[in-house]
Design a protein around this ligand. Structure first.
Ligand SMILES: *Cc1c(COP(=O)(O)O)cnc(C)c1O
Length: 223
């Protein structure tokens, strides 16, 4: 099936309240345009450099989400491109985003990335640290906390990811409860093999790459 058919099929299965984010790392501008033509309104990029090249060509035609780990030295560029940063996982990176946004008078909607499998080598805050980071984000004038995202561990059987999605949902609900002054709305979880489970566990953003564009040939492929 082609990009258009894949998107149509996914949209027909997704509940209306769930946003289909196209994960576009390694995809060409032409492929992304095809996805936009087929109804994609939100794209997710992993690398700031790769996104910058595509952004020069595509511009603001869709909502741009950063879904990969953000390094401090890339923040200045990232805040100019992205409409949402889904992967805030430390006070240090939050502070840098806040600082760079204050320089351009922007309020950045951000999400906290949860390391729901507590894997030391992976990005994201541990579940028990999420509230403290959320409170810090709320104290930053140029940040607006809008949600929570997780990857979860790599599993053989998609069903095995359910506990990690459920845990992330619990954190999402807790942050909403503890910080009622924020409008925390988004729960971003689920990829090609796991999006159905994610939706069952409350996700309202699913991030799909392979299921839209087919297998990735290379990690980076830019334009
Ligand atoms: C690549 C990627 C996805 C999409 O993965 P697929 O298995 O290709 O659907 C989702 N989220 C993040 C953070 C990614 O890097």
């Amino acid at each position: 099936m082609g990009i258009r058919e894949n998107i149509r099929h996914l949209l027909s299965q997704l509940p209306d309240n769930v946003i289909l984010l196209a994960a576009t790392k390694s995809r060409t501008v032409d492929e992304i345009r095809e996805a936009i033509d087929a109804g994609i309104r939100v794209i997710g990029e992993n690398y700031v450099q790769e996104a910058a090249k595509k952004y020069e060509v595509l511009g603001k035609v869709v909502e741009w989400h950063l879904i990969g780990h953000l390094q401090r030295n890339k923040v200045k560029k990232a805040v100019r491109i992205f409409d949402v940063i889904e992967t805030v996982d430390s006070e240090k990176i939050a502070a840098e985003i806040n600082k760079r946004c204050s320089e351009i008078n922007k309020i950045m909607p951000v999400m906290i990335e949860i390391n729901s499998g507590k894997e030391p080598q992976k990005a994201g805050v541990y579940p028990e640290e999420a509230l403290k980071l959320a409170e810090y984000i709320v104290s930053c004038k140029h940040l607006k906390l809008i949600g929570v995202m997780t990857m979860g561990p790599v599993v053989k059987n998609p069903e095995d990811i359910r506990p990690y999605f459920r845990l992330t949902r619990e954190i999402f609900e807790k942050l909403k409860r503890e910080l009622p002054e924020c409008e925390i709305k988004y729960l971003s979880m689920g990829m090609t093999d796991t999006w159905k489970i994610a939706v069952e566990e409350g996700a309202n953003i699913v991030r799909i790459g392979t299921g839209i564009f087919g297998p990735r040939k290379t990690k980076h492929n830019m334009l």
